[in-house]
Design a protein around this ligand. Structure first.
Ligand SMILES: [Zn+2]
Length: 313
């Protein structure tokens, strides 16, 4: 059923001009996000897609042709943003500074970068990258293994690394996958905005509410202390699935963040300062036009057929 629905979306999208799909004032603001852009093969990123430089630039050119690029403060200011997009990047990888920022500067596109304080300066590595790196290393030794790779398995991942002689400190010193605080500060000086992405990227649905709140609070305090951002922005790691209204209400009441983000695609939200973003690196097999046509067509079908139909996407 799922496949059938996706096929219908794809076929309808193919025959409908994008101009028509993106017209109308009631559409949500488009918030595309990526993790990194690189022409290199990065084994620790094997579990995830990422676009090449050429693909990324084609995405940006398509976005610029069809939408107006806005800053985080313009997003927060609100109004009719249905013809606008705000770009963001998660996880604080070094390619953001080395590859992405020069391209954005050249094209004059504002963006927000969401970073994890525990990983800044290469102090530690995200558990899913650890799993991916271990898998790649074992594969090179002809061992095929499908790893458990949630936050809850962090200890077993570290034990496994030790067993196969993989020292994360050495690995981090050699590979330096993340940005340094100095690089992040330079980006901020250049006008880019920096937000928090939790301390160390846990799956929030695996945490109790107290720990969820701690992850948000601690990381936002770190961000405020180190970077004093004008707007306090938070992007939930993975998704905001499993995060209760109470958490949002506490964050607004205690002024923990001003604005927050999930990853549910093109979607309107119940809180005015909570937004959903679209994972562009999940659609890198498609041209940006095809990808966005399908996203907008799916949104429109959901609007027509309601929640029952929406569940299939
Ligand atoms: Zn992330």
């Amino acid at each position: 059923m799922n496949e059938f629905s996706e096929q219908i979306v794809s076929e309808l999208a193919a025959i409908t001009p994008f101009k028509i799909l993106k017209s109308g004032k009631s559409l949500p603001v488009l918030l595309p996000f990526y993790h990194l852009v690189s022409d290199q093969d990065l084994p620790f990123r094997n579990n995830y897609n990422y676009p090449s430089v050429a693909h990324f630039e084609a995405d940006l050119d398509f976005l610029l042709k069809n939408f107006r690029a806005i800053s985080l403060s313009e997003l927060v200011d609100g109004g009719d943003l249905s013809k606008c997009f705000h770009l963001s990047f998660d996880d604080g990888l070094k390619e953001c500074y080395e590859v992405v920022v020069p391209i954005l500067k050249r094209k004059g596109i504002p963006a927000t970068f969401f970073i994890n304080p525990s990983f800044v300066d290469n102090k530690d590595l995200f558990h899913r990258y650890k799993a991916s790196e271990i898998t790649a290393l074992l594969k090179a030794r002809n061992i095929q293994l499908s790893l458990q790779r949630t936050y809850a398995d962090l200890d077993s991942l570290d034990e496994m690394a030790e067993e196969i002689g993989l020292d994360w400190e050495d690995w981090l010193a050699k590979n330096r996958p993340y940005m340094t605080l100095e690089q992040v500060k330079k980006m901020q000086d250049d006008g880019f905005t920096i937000g928090s992405h939790s301390m160390d990227h846990p799956e929030f649905e695996l945490l109790d509410e107290e720990t969820q709140l701690e992850e948000i609070k601690e990381s936002m305090e770190w961000l405020t202390g180190k970077l004093s951002p004008g707007i306090k922005a938070f992007a939930f790691p993975f998704t905001d699935f499993g995060v209760s209204d109470q958490i949002f209400e506490t964050c607004y009441r205690e002024n923990i963040f001003d604005v927050s983000f999930g990853t549910a695609g093109l979607k309107k939200e119940r809180f005015p300062f909570h937004f959903q973003r679209l994972a562009m690196d999940q659609g890198i097999a498609m041209t940006p036009k095809k990808r966005l046509k399908e996203v907008y067509m799916a949104y429109r079908l959901k609007a027509i057929f309601g929640k029952k139909y929406a569940k299939r996407f």
